[in-house]
Design a protein around this ligand. Structure first.
Ligand SMILES: [Cu+2]
Length: 371
């Protein structure tokens, strides 16, 4: 019994480490309205996930894009990302507050934001054709104390959030907002930088006319570019934020928290920029809504039968190899079933091919893969 418990604990710890290690954008706030992001903890396991303005990625491990992938489409909107099917209506000059789940202190580096115009609909545009222009880039803020104070240190101080202003001068239209953190803790060696891009579809109304030239995502960076290859552990007199030069109409703003006053649903369907569709404000709230387990799909299908348990001399009770949701603590849970969380007394193991993923302190779920 002890062995099983400790294995279970180890799986849980590994899952927790993975989740805590990096992060992803949970939501954005525009003019007080809260828009849900792509929830990597639940959407990949739903048959019909909500249509949100955030691009979809199966990057359930909160991973990064390494420099040897900077020329691959994965650098555009993260690993195997596919177009968001909804968009956020916004006015040029408005600000977007981007909320990360968490960000590790050791991962110093720049915060960078780009826009790319979609000729038609950002829900169907070929991402490799998007040309990004930089509207924000904060790298080394203060190097008094090596490794320095960086853009993402400001993000951490600001409750893991970042505010970017949509330049007033850009032409109206549909845009992909590409928000990115680049971690430099290993960047003293080529290949050691880590990119964490996150994309959102915006429908911008504006009286501006600028259509800044941009760069396709796969040409934003190279592994040896200044700012990608950088040693943050020695004093740096100046740090060049990687990527193309900043758009002249970009606005640098002081970071602050953005109060949530309502929740809103991103607009799905045709994204005509002339159609001044307003966001559907569904409710007024005073606090940020919390994902609750009831949004998870429950499925009746069970795991494929697992292998016969290895005979054990210690007499561990494993008379049945069939996963069962009614097993006691330490038993095997079926795929997508609950496997832990505060107050949970059911099975804490997942069947073969699945691992226990910690969505939050209250809900751990068996998901495919080794976690
Ligand atoms: Cu890391």
């Amino acid at each position: 019994m002890y062995q099983i418990q400790s294995t279970s604990l180890m799986v849980a710890l590994l899952a927790a480490t993975k989740v805590i290690a990096h992060g992803h954008v949970t939501n954005v706030v525009v003019n007080g309205a809260y828009y849900e992001g792509f929830d990597i903890g639940s959407f990949p396991y739903m048959e019909d996930p909500p249509k949100v303005a955030a691009w979809t990625t199966p990057n359930t491990g909160n991973g990064f894009i390494a420099p040897d992938q900077f020329g691959s489409p994965d650098i555009i909107c993260h690993q195997n990302a596919t177009n968001a099917q909804a968009h956020i209506p916004i006015k040029a000059g408005d600000r977007v507050s981007i909320q990360w789940s968490e960000w590790p202190e050791s991962h110093h580096g720049p915060v960078i934001d780009y826009l790319a115009r979609c000729e038609e609909d950002c829900a169907t545009v070929d991402k490799t054709s998007l040309e990004f222009f930089k509207i924000d880039g904060v790298g080394l803020v203060d190097d008094a104390d090596v490794p320095g104070l960086w853009g993402d240190d400001q993000l951490i101080k600001n409750n893991n959030s970042w505010i970017v202003e949509i330049p007033q001068s850009i032409a109206p239209g549909n845009y992909v907002l590409r928000h990115e953190l680049i971690a430099l803790h290993g960047a003293q060696a080529e290949g050691g930088a880590q990119s964490y891009p996150q994309c959102f579809n915006l429908q911008v109304t504006s009286s501006g006319t600028d259509q800044p030239a941009g760069v396709v995502g796969t040409e934003l960076y190279t592994p040896d570019a200044p700012g990608i290859l950088a040693n943050i552990y020695s004093a740096i007199s100046s740090y060049p934020v990687p990527g193309p030069t900043m758009y002249s109409g970009a606005v640098s703003i002081t970071q602050a928290s953005s109060a949530v006053t309502s929740t809103a649903t991103a607009v799905a369907g045709s994204a005509s920029a002339n159609n001044a569709a307003a966001a559907v404000v569904t409710s007024r709230v005073s606090t940020i809504p919390v994902q609750i387990p009831s949004t998870f799909q429950t499925r009746s299908r069970t795991m494929t039968p697992s292998v016969t348990p290895t005979p054990s001399s210690s007499g561990v009770a494993s008379s049945s190899a069939t996963p069962s949701a009614s097993a006691g603590p330490g038993g095997q849970q079926k795929l997508y079933g609950q496997c832990g969380g505060q107050g949970w007394v059911g099975p804490s193991h997942c069947g073969q091919g699945a691992s226990c993923h910690i969505h939050n302190a209250y809900y751990h779920q068996c998901v495919p893969g080794r976690g």
